[in-house]
Design a protein around this ligand. Structure first.
Ligand code: TYD
Ligand code: MG
Length: 455
């Protein structure tokens, strides 16, 4: 057996024989770190002549399907993102920036499960028992029946799970777990992969649901959760502006449900609480009648969410005007502004433009194009858009406004929140004939939008 070492990208796990400044797989800079690899000798798998390694395949029809009995986490928004509750025997990765609230969420889940009489193990490699206790006191409502372990040794954690056989386990965080069998340091790509492998086997063999926390990392030394995405059943990312109160839990992979769902939470003094009406929440505090402010309706998963798009367009003092896009795609902004300039003759070429999705929400759905265009026109012309109007539609390169999906649920959401008019792509209006009580204004091109705003 020969020890050799390889270089791994801590962003995506890309493997290379030599160090590189930029990862060719994911494009990140400075993320390669060296890790020793010990390859098991291939002889151990070879058998004598005549013996066979072949397994007996099963026909599809011969596979029994037991209806998965899902466990409710006691948090409706989390259950929704998971596709209807926790699947026993599944491995769930919860990723997110440090401090976003992963430990808080999972401690709340642990509390709810324990309170409903399930055996729960919370393993922390980051915090002492005392720290966890203090957090628990802050959250409140804990019963005795939640077991804590402050441990980073992978083997100890594994044996504890086998011995105590809990129904669900939280590992906080995967980057602190350490196995002696792997010679690289804690948090390295090899360590994190090894630990995840072991938890995957445990989850399947013992039928225990395991949540693993993975911090999103900025530097190359500690492996980020993306390295593990392909290994686990479900990947949830917890995102949001750390300075804003609300947090969004988003499924980016789910072997047991849809990946489009999001859950919305608010960080309060006593932990995370669910936001049951995100639309209301997102457009609260909007300054009505301000030029450059437009409300749109996006679809996240199966759920429509209203939000405010803001634009500030002003003559630039710089040679090259500045443009920023907070919460959406920078290129999208450039394209929409180019279309506005070319098709409507809007002279924004020498203007700075700042676009912001209020509240720190991140979206790149094409349906918000029309609202972005509306906000730019409104800011540039100084004419406010009616505060009771909602805009959605995709903008094409010739300035045409194209149909979007689920127009009906968008309009209904707008109506539910008291909006009285809706600017929608003309192609969508055919399917909106049945809707009453809200004025539907068809738009065919940006020209229609321009005349609506400037009168
Ligand atoms: P935490 O769950 O420790 O984040 P992570 O595990 O993702 O690193 O959450 C950290 C932040 O949440 C911390 O800055 C304090 C804040 N917080 C509250 O505002 N209210 C609370 O009840 C709790 C427990 C935390
Ligand atoms: Mg934590």
């Amino acid at each position: 057996m020969k020890n050799k070492s390889l270089y791994f990208c801590s962003e995506c796990g890309f493997e290379s024989a030599k160090w590189m400044g930029k990862c060719p797989a994911c494009g990140s800079w400075n993320t390669f770190s060296e890790e020793p690899v010990i390859k098991a000798s291939s002889d151990s798998r070879k058998k004598g002549p005549g013996s066979s390694n072949a397994a007996v395949p099963t026909p599809l029809s011969g596979v029994e399907v037991a209806e998965e009995a899902r466990i409710s986490s006691g948090i409706g928004e989390l259950d929704r993102v998971l596709g209807g509750g926790i699947v026993p025997g599944s491995l769930i990765l919860v990723g997110g920036d440090p401090g976003i609230g992963k430990s808080t969420l999972l401690l709340q889940v642990s509390r709810n499960l324990a309170n409903s009489g399930r055996k729960m193990l919370y393993v922390s490699g980051e915090e002492s028992m005392r720290q966890i206790r203090m957090r628990a006191d802050r959250l409140g409502g804990f019963s005795e029946e939640i077991f804590l372990l402050s441990e980073t040794d992978l083997e100890t954690v594994r044996e504890t799970i086998i011995k105590y056989h809990p129904e669900a386990v939280v590992i906080d965080s995967i980057q602190t777990m350490y196995s002696d069998d792997v010679s690289s340091g804690a948090g390295s790509v090899s360590q994190v992969r090894e630990a995840t492998n072991i938890f995957m086997q445990l989850a399947k063999k013992e039928g225990v649901a395991i949540f693993i926390v993975g911090h999103v990392t900025k530097e190359g030394v500690v492996a980020g959760p993306r390295v593990l995405e392909h290994m686990v059943d479900t990947v949830l990312y917890f995102e949001g502006d750390r300075h804003a109160q609300y947090r969004i839990l988003r499924a980016v992979k789910n072997r047991f449900g849809s990946t489009n769902e999001i859950g919305v939470f608010e960080m309060a003094g006593s932990g995370l609480s669910e936001v049951l009406n995100p639309s209301q929440y997102m457009i609260e505090g909007r300054q009505e009648d301000a030029p450059g402010s437009v409300v749109t309706c996006a679809i996240e998963g199966t759920r429509p969410i209203m939000l405010e798009v803001q634009a500030l367009v002003a003559y630039s003092n710089f040679q090259i005007p500045r443009r920023t896009a907070a919460g959406t795609d920078y290129n999208k902004i450039n394209i929409i502004m180019a279309v506005l300039e070319k098709r409507l003759g809007l002279k924004t070429g020498s203007c700075d433009a700042y676009i912001n999705l209020a509240g720190g929400m991140r979206l790149s759905e094409p349906a918000i194009d029309l609202a972005i265009a509306g906000a730019v026109i409104s800011s540039f012309s100084g004419k406010p858009v009616s505060p009771s109007a909602v805009l959605f539609g995709e903008v094409g390169l010739t300035g045409e406004v194209r149909a979007v999906n689920q127009a009906e649920s968008r309009v209904k959401e707008a109506q539910k929140l008291g909006f009285t008019e809706c600017l929608v792509p003309e192609a969508n209006t055919r399917n909106l004939k049945g809707i009453t009580g809200i004025k539907i204004i068809p738009v065919r091109s940006l020209r229609d939008l321009y005349s609506y705003i400037t009168g």
